[in-house]
Design a protein around this ligand. Structure first.
Ligand code: ADP
Ligand code: MG
Length: 321
């Protein structure tokens, strides 16, 4: 590959800390990695295309964070512990400043979870980032979408709708003084719920991370498990900004259908409720029971005024492309 890309390589070689299970990292034709005995390898990949998933002038440091965060979120949703990551980069030119910024955001997050960058590919092309993460989960213990049972309580981590409201604000469709910086942080720098995800292995029957919106993503659990879900809209955990927005506009699509929150939705058997809540009480992200799994199909919602909405994701679909 051309000399200008050789220059780029140094941004990868020592970008993250070293793990003992990496026999050979960046620099050869392959990385050599050692799996711990008794664990399954959980693998997930996400691609971000400039102009489709992010705008050209986005802060590269935030982009580096988000590209890894959305992948770690997938591992968390399976109850897997993150270990290794590979990165495919198509770059229009060898822009060192951009790459240094990108790797700052990426490496800071990788460091927080002890993830090592072990390889990748770099090529010239329209700006596109592909990140693949690898994590461990004890054999047979991964949290699948298909594991929910009728009567399970539906829980959510954190709050929903913040990233969606940030997007509306960014597009100039909603103006609210004060909370904008905090909302933008939620859109640009999502926090993957890694610690919660691994803890859920001991309690949850099913889990998913929220990338496309609460209603639609919860419906994936419903479909995979052959069940329906009932959501109590008045129980949805909302920040003040989102609560004010819903009160002002009557528009529930922000908390129910907007994506990019990267919280976890999961189902807990009712008899485990107390034990589960005690186990996660000290975590830095709160969990809230927002509904229940039941026979049937689709996600129904009970509106605070008592009205029932049959397909919440469809009923509040402003964000569905
Ligand atoms: P090859 O041509 O043998 O596939 P490359 O010249 O593309 O190897 O890459 C050399 C080394 O640099 C490899 O170990 C590869 O994994 C690593 N590498 C290349 N691009 C990246 C990247 N974007 N992120 C991490 N490692 C990378
Ligand atoms: Mg090679």
């Amino acid at each position: 590959m051309s000399g200008e890309f050789d220059l780029i390589r140094r941004y990868f070689r020592d970008a993250t800390g070293r793990r003992d299970d990496v026999m050979l990292g960046i620099g050869d034709d392959c990385a050599l990695l050692q799996m711990p005995p008794g664990q399954e390898l959980a693998v997930s990949m996400d691609t971000l295309v400039c102009g489709r998933h992010f705008v050209e002038n986005v802060d590269p440091e935030s982009l580096g964070h988000k590209a890894l965060a959305v992948n770690l979120s997938d591992l968390a949703a399976m109850g897997a512990e993150p270990a290794w990551v590979t990165v495919g980069l198509a770059l229009p030119q060898a822009d060192e400043r951009w790459l240094a910024g990108f790797m700052r955001g990426f490496s800071a997050l990788a460091g927080r979870y002890g993830v090592q960058l072990v390889g990748g590919d770099t090529t010239r092309g329209p700006l596109t980032l592909t990140v693949q993460v690898h994590g461990f989960v004890p054999a047979g213990k991964a949290l699948r979408r298909s594991g929910a049972k009728s009567g399970d309580l539906v829980y959510l981590s954190g709050t929903v709708g913040d990233a969606g409201l940030a997007l509306l604000a960014q597009q100039g469709l909603y103006v609210r003084q004060g909370a904008l910086a905090q909302l933008m942080q939620r859109l640009d720098r999502p926090t993957p719920r890694v610690e919660l995800g691994t803890a859920l292995r001991a309690h949850a029957n099913a889990a998913i991370d929220l990338s496309d919106g609460l209603g639609g993503d919860l419906n994936h659990i419903c479909e995979a498990s052959g069940l329906g879900a009932l959501l109590y809209l008045d129980r949805l955990p909302l920040t003040d900004a989102v609560r004010d927005y819903v009160e002002e506009t009557g528009d529930w699509s922000v908390p129910v259908s907007s994506g990019d929150d990267y919280e976890l939705a999961f189902t807990i058997p009712a008899e485990r409720q107390g034990e589960f809540e005690a186990a996660v009480a000290h975590f830095d992200v709160p969990v809230t029971q927002i509904g229940i799994m039941q026979r049937g199909r689709g996600v129904r919602g009970i509106h605070p005024d008592g009205q029932t909405i049959d397909e919440v994701a469809v009923g509040y679909d402003h964000f569905q492309a």
